[in-house]
Structure formats: C-alpha cells, structure tokens
Design a binder for this molecule. Structure first.
Ligand SMILES: [Zn+2]
Ligand SMILES: [Zn+2]
Length: 278
C-alpha cells in the first residue's frame, strides 16, 4: 500500500440487496478502487437464489463486505422462510469465497460446492462440507435448480459457472468483470440502467488488473463459445461477480462482445495502477 493513498471517497447509501429476477437477489456493496486519478467502484458481489424449499448462495463476497452480506442473507432467509442449503463458489479466490467459513459456521446444514481448491486449508474443520462440483450437476431448491456450468472465461483453470434454471440467470464469476465510476452514481444499477459506463474500456482495465492471460491468446474462440453457451442455456440475465448485472442478455451482448475482444489488447492500456486497501 502506498503512503500517498488519497482519502477514500464518501460511499453512497448501499443500494443492495436488489432482487434482479424473481427470487434472485444481488448482495454486497461497492468497494472503491483508485485508478489513474479516479475513484472507480468495483463489486465483489454475492447472490442468493431462493427456491420453494431451500436457498442457495452463489459467491460470498470479499472479506471486507462479510458483515454486510451476512446481514442481507439473514434478512432474506427470514423473510422467505427457507433454510440456506448450498453455497456455490466459482473459484477459491478470496473475493469470491471470503465468507465461506463464517457462513458454514452460521448455517450448520449448508455445504459449499464449486472450484474449492485449497479452501479446506483456508477453513480447517469444514473439510466434510466443502465439495468440488462438475459441469452438468444440478442441485434442487424446490421449483428451480442450480446447474453447474463450464466457465468459458475464467480466472483459475477449474473455475465453475452456475445457472438458475428457473429465471435463466447465469452467474459467470470473473466473466463480464467491469468497474463503474463513483461520480456517476451507477451503484446498484443494471448495466442497461447505467448508459454512461464505458463497458469495453472498463473490461479492458479489469483485464489489466486481473486477467493478464487475455493478452496472450486468440480471444475469438472464447467469444464464440460464450455465444453458443448462451443459446444452449437460454440465458436471460447475467449476474457477474465484479460487474453490474445484465438484465437483457440477448440485446446487451454486442457491447460485451466488444469488451471481451478489447481484453486481448491489455498491453495498450495504462499500467500505472494504484490499488488501496479498504
Ligand atoms: Zn474475481
Ligand atoms: Zn458503486
């Protein structure tokens, strides 16, 4: 951390949780990141899918938003009157798994599934409740299922994506990662509600920060596979961990396609990045 870190900006009232599709909730809150003289906001979101019998979380957020996420989970479970049975994680990075241990302790019936890698070392004592899962596996919530899906765009090699089979909401983890700008009051909005967000540029910046591999591959096969997967799964809504949710996947795809293509050109972006702990 730099000694010359600027003062953190005043954060807006947290717009979350927000029900982004019937029974699908967006949880967490924005985190500020200083980039090239501007304050960007980045989400490390968690989501909750509520069925007739059980609820599932998808991602758990970064540790710094753990208290916020757990309070939101508690409230929704109480309102909906169903227990938390599943905690799905796309991969074992702490911005995705930061509250797994606290949630497993709090909800003794819940198990964690996903690309869980070394989580048994991070959360000792929960080895029997942390499981790898494979694409094609389903978990029943009552009236809807969570389907484990291949991760077309990934951080770790065995990352997993998930789909809510009822509302066709795709949870692509690090796919569709992009920040938004503090001053533009874009927090808590769908991508379609925040037209000022320069999605291709923000996706390129995120690649500069976190997905260097995109600069060393032909990105076209990834874009093509993404298009095919959306058709195969009938994706309607996209709920990325680090971006604003996409309400109309079909019509909004062109701008994100452009974003993915720009991620293969990360060497063209500025590299004088400063990130401050919060
Ligand atoms: Zn991530
Ligand atoms: Zn924000």
């Amino acid at each position: 951390m730099s000694n010359s870190a600027p003062a953190l900006p005043e954060m807006p009232h947290n717009a979350l949780p927000r029900e982004i599709a019937p029974g699908v909730f967006w949880l967490g809150e924005c985190s500020p990141v200083h980039y090239a003289g501007k304050w960007l906001h980045t989400y490390n979101s968690a989501f909750m899918v509520v069925g007739e019998k059980f609820a599932a979380m998808v991602e758990t957020g970064i540790p710094s938003v753990g208290n916020v996420v757990i309070a939101q989970v508690e409230r929704i479970l109480e309102e909906r009157g169903v227990p938390l049975k599943y905690i799905f994680v796309t991969h074992s990075e702490m911005s995705h798994c930061g509250s797994v241990g606290r949630l497993l302790r709090r909800y003794p019936e819940a198990h964690t599934y996903g690309e869980i890698s070394d989580l048994h070392l991070v959360y000792p004592g929960f080895e029997d409740r942390i499981h790898f899962c494979e694409p094609g596996e389903t978990s029943d919530l009552g009236g809807r299922e969570i389907l484990t899906v291949e991760s077309v765009f990934r951080d770790l090699i065995h990352s997993r994506w998930f789909l809510d089979t009822k509302e066709r909401v795709l949870f692509p983890g690090d796919g569709f990662a992009y920040s938004h700008v503090h001053d533009d009051k874009e927090c808590g909005l769908f991508a379609e509600e925040a037209p000022k967000v320069d999605i291709p540029t923000q996706m390129q910046r995120f690649a500069t920060l976190a997905f260097h591999w995109t600069g060393y591959v032909d990105i076209e096969p990834y874009v093509q596979r993404l298009d095919d997967l959306f058709v195969e799964l009938g994706v309607e809504v996209v709920a990325p961990t680090h971006g604003l949710p996409i309400r109309d996947a079909k019509n909004s795809m062109p701008i994100f396609r452009e974003g993915f293509r720009g991620m293969s050109d990360i060497h063209a972006t500025e590299l004088d990045i400063e990130i401050y702990d919060i």
